[in-house]
Design a binder for this molecule. Structure first.
Ligand code: ZN
Length: 141
């Protein structure tokens, strides 16, 4: 099993825990650090639809909250079409890993993209007059 296969398998296992009673569209994600640590996520829906969070951002926010800020690969798996990340997830991921490799797999196929290909011009704040704390990527430790 290649590293890519193992990461897709981690995303597929996570998918079983997705909470998608409204759409029925279950998604699992697995985000890998350069050291090989894997953080998984699933989509979590809500009766107030706008509160729903995608699997990719769940994995990312879990990872950052646990001290990781560098990522090399993301696998996203669904039971439908290959689930390319939505625009919000692309922007959130670009904050930490603009060169991320993105592996998507659905029922009928798989694709591999780079995040810079999916989101070539992410939103960035100007440094001058920007936030009091400059963005600090890399290890959160
Ligand atoms: Zn998304």
């Amino acid at each position: 099993m290649t590293g890519d296969d193992a990461l897709r398998e981690a995303a597929a296992r996570a998918l079983q825990r997705a909470y998608a009673p409204y759409s029925g569209h279950r998604v699992g994600a697995a985000l890998e650090t350069p050291a090989g640590r894997i953080h998984t996520g699933v989509n979590v829906e809500n009766a107030s639809y706008g509160l729903t969070l995608c699997a990719e951002r769940v994995a990312l926010f879990k990872a950052v909250s646990e001290g990781d800020r560098e990522f090399r690969r993301l696998a996203v798996v669904s039971e439908g079409v290959p689930p390319l990340p939505c625009g919000a997830c692309r922007q959130a991921l670009a904050e930490f890993a603009p060169d991320l490799r993105v592996l998507v797999q659905g029922r009928d196929g798989a694709e591999e993209r780079s995040l810079s290909e999916l989101l070539p011009s992410p939103f960035q704040l100007e440094k001058a007059g920007g936030p009091a704390e400059q963005p600090r990527r890399g290890s959160g430790a």
